[in-house]
Write a protein that binds this ligand. Structure first.
Ligand code: AKG
Ligand code: FE2
Length: 179
C-alpha cells in the first residue's frame, strides 16, 4: 500500500500499533515477517513536528505485552530520509504544532493479500509504462512458492509473464477501461 500522511496540529495521537495486525499475524513469529514498511520524510521529522514514534525491539514481543508511550523513540529525520521497520514493530504518532508529511509504502509478503488492491488502484495504461521491477513490487509477480500464478495457454505462468504477453490486454481490457 502507498499513502501520503499529513498530520495536522490538534489531530491527536495515533495509538501504538503493529501494522501486521491487518493480517492477524501472531507474535513472536520468527519464521516470517508479513511486511516491510517504509516511511519517507517529505518534511522534517522531529519530536516537535510529530515524527513517527517507534519501539525498537518490540518485534520480539509476544501478543500479551502492551506497548507503553515511554518505551518509544522519535524517528527524527531530515527531509528525504527514510525509516524502515518490519510489520511487527510497535509504532504510532502524536500531532504537534506544525503539519508533518510522510510517504508510506508497505511491501507485503507474496503469500498474503495486499492491503491496498494495487491491481485495481493503478490504471492499466500507467502500469504498462512502469519498470518491470516496480510492476513486480506492485504484485505482478509470483512468489518463490509460485503463489498468484495465472493460466495462460494451458500453462501456469507468473503474472509478470502474463503482463508482458499479448493476452493481457484482453483479460484486463475491462479494468483498463474503468479508469
Ligand atoms: O504517520 C505516521 O507516522 C505513522 C502512520 C502509521 O503508522 C499508519 O498509518 O499505520
Ligand atoms: Fe502503522
Amino acid at each position: 500500500m502507498t499513502q501520503a500522511i499529513e498530520i495536522h496540529p490538534g489531530q491527536g495521537k495515533q495509538p501504538l500499533h503493529r501494522d501486521d495486525t491487518r493480517f492477524l499475524w501472531r507474535h513472536p513469529n520468527y519464521a516470517c515477517e508479513a511486511r516491510l514498511q517504509i516511511m519517507l520524510a517529505m518534511t522534517e521529522f522531529t519530536q516537535e513536528t510529530g515524527a513517527t514514534k517507534v519501539i525498537p525491539g518490540s518485534h520480539k514481543w509476544d501478543d500479551e505485552r502492551r506497548p507503553e508511550p515511554e518505551e518509544t523513540v522519535d524517528a527524527v529525520m531530515a527531509v528525504g530520509s527514510a525509516l524502515l521497520f518490519i510489520g511487527s514493530t510497535y509504532h504510532g504518532t502524536n500531532s504537534s504544532d506544525k503539519p508533518r508529511l510522510g510517504l508510506t509504502m508497505g511491501i507485503d509478503q507474496g503469500c498474503i493479500r495486499q492491503e491496498e488492491n494495487q491491481y485495481l488502484s493503478i490504471p492499466f495504461d500507467v502500469l504498462k509504462g512502469l519498470p518491470e521491477e516496480v510492476q513486480r513490487l506492485l504484485g505482478w509477480d509470483a512468489g518463490e512458492n509460485f503463489m498468484g500464478w495465472v493460466e495462460q495457454g494451458g500453462k501456469m505462468v507468473s503474472p509478470i509473464t502474463h503482463l508482458q504477453s499479448d493476452d493481457v490486454p484482453r483479460s484486463l481490457g475491462l479494468i483498463g477501461g474503468m479508469h
